[in-house]
Design a protein around this ligand. Structure first.
Ligand SMILES: NC(=O)c1ccc[n+]([C@@H]2O[C@H](COP(=O)([O-])OP(=O)(O)OC[C@H]3O[C@@H](n4cnc5c(N)ncnc54)[C@H](OP(=O)(O)O)[C@@H]3O)[C@@H](O)[C@H]2O)c1
Length: 271
């Protein structure tokens, strides 16, 4: 049995550049067979040829525009039909810069279809396939912007808040099934996403911007450690645990029969 039969195939969306292309390289080096999806088929084919030559793995290329429902459905069908797929990396994504009031309705809609709808549907397809098998891994590439509304990327940040929440919620729901989930929350990382959304990567603070290789290597180390949430630059994971603990304090009081007394509208309880 070859290494790729043992590990299964990894489906990586947005593998034509940046974070996705490095995931493809690292997963091939680990011995995974690959299924690479993105819009730029020529670029995917070039990467596929390189990875086949360097790592001796099988690489399939699928042209997919993940803002298009039919292309998302084709990937859902692939995940459902191919029992060899053991890992899905939902990485494809884009950013939308500028003030919320300056964003066009069309751009907002397109971003949500890519960053939210496709991730929800492919996470769903993977979970439906993996849970009955009692194994499988889903990695969703989110962003620290999803926990930092102060950073001024309203719709982009909201899409990433969705990705982190979805990953946490599905991990909670599927706990004990053997299926593993991870949300990766990169900070600024040197990839094409900046140019594609109208910003120069050279204009970023170099002390706060990570190289893509280090980012992916840390994310995979986090996966190997069994982390549900990986923030590659965060020195102390206790800080994330503290954030969760503060949230947990709210939980007993966020759904009750009556408003809190401070609103002055509480019905008088009969003696
Ligand atoms: N770089 C950062 O600073 C940073 C920080 C936090 C999170 N992230 C997240 O990391 C992920 C990867 O981004 P990146 O930084 O590596 O940027 P990137 O180099 O621009 O890569 C984006 C990838 O997504 C694909 N893609 C874009 N639109 C698509 C569409 N409509 N359908 C299918 N694929 C599409 C692109 O391929 P095609 O053009 O060939 O379709 C490309 O492979 C994204 O989810 C992003 O939000 C990045």
């Amino acid at each position: 049995m070859t290494q790729s039969n043992v590990l299964g195939s990894a489906l990586v969306t947005g593998a034509s550049s940046g974070i996705g292309a490095v995931y493809a390289d690292r997963l091939a080096a680990r011995g995974h067979a690959l299924i690479l999806a993105a819009r730029d088929e020529a670029r995917l084919n070039t990467l596929a040829a390189k990875l086949r030559a360097e790592h001796g793995v099988t690489v399939e290329v699928i042209r997919a525009d993940l803002t298009a429902a039919a292309d998302v459905a084709a990937l859902e069908a692939k995940i459902a039909a191919d029992p060899n797929i053991s890992l899905v990396v939902n990485n494809a994504g884009a950013a939308l810069m500028g003030a919320f009031l300056d964003n066009s309705p069309e751009k907002i809609d397109e971003l949500i279809r890519l960053n939210v709808t496709s991730v929800a549907r492919l996470t769903h397809a993977a979970a439906k396939a993996f849970v009955p098998r009692g194994r499988g891994t889903i990695v969703n590439i989110s962003s620290v912007v999803g926990i930092a509304h102060e950073y001024g990327a309203s719709v982009y940040g909201a899409t990433k808040a969705f990705v982190t929440y979805l990953t946490q919620a599905v991990a909670h729901e599927t706990a004990g099934t053997g299926v593993k989930l991870q949300a990766v929350l990169p900070g600024a990382t040197r990839t094409e996403i900046w140019e594609r959304s109208g910003r120069k990567v050279e204009d970023l603070d170099p002390d706060r911007t990570m190289d893509v290789d280090e980012l992916v290597d840390a994310a995979l180390a986090g996966l190997d450690k069994g982390e549900l949430i990986t923030i590659p630059s965060l020195p102390d994971p206790a800080d994330w645990a503290g954030y969760q603990a503060a949230r947990a304090v709210l939980l007993p009081n966020i759904s009750k029969a009556h408003p809190a007394e401070r609103y002055g509208v509480r019905k008088l309880v009969e003696a």
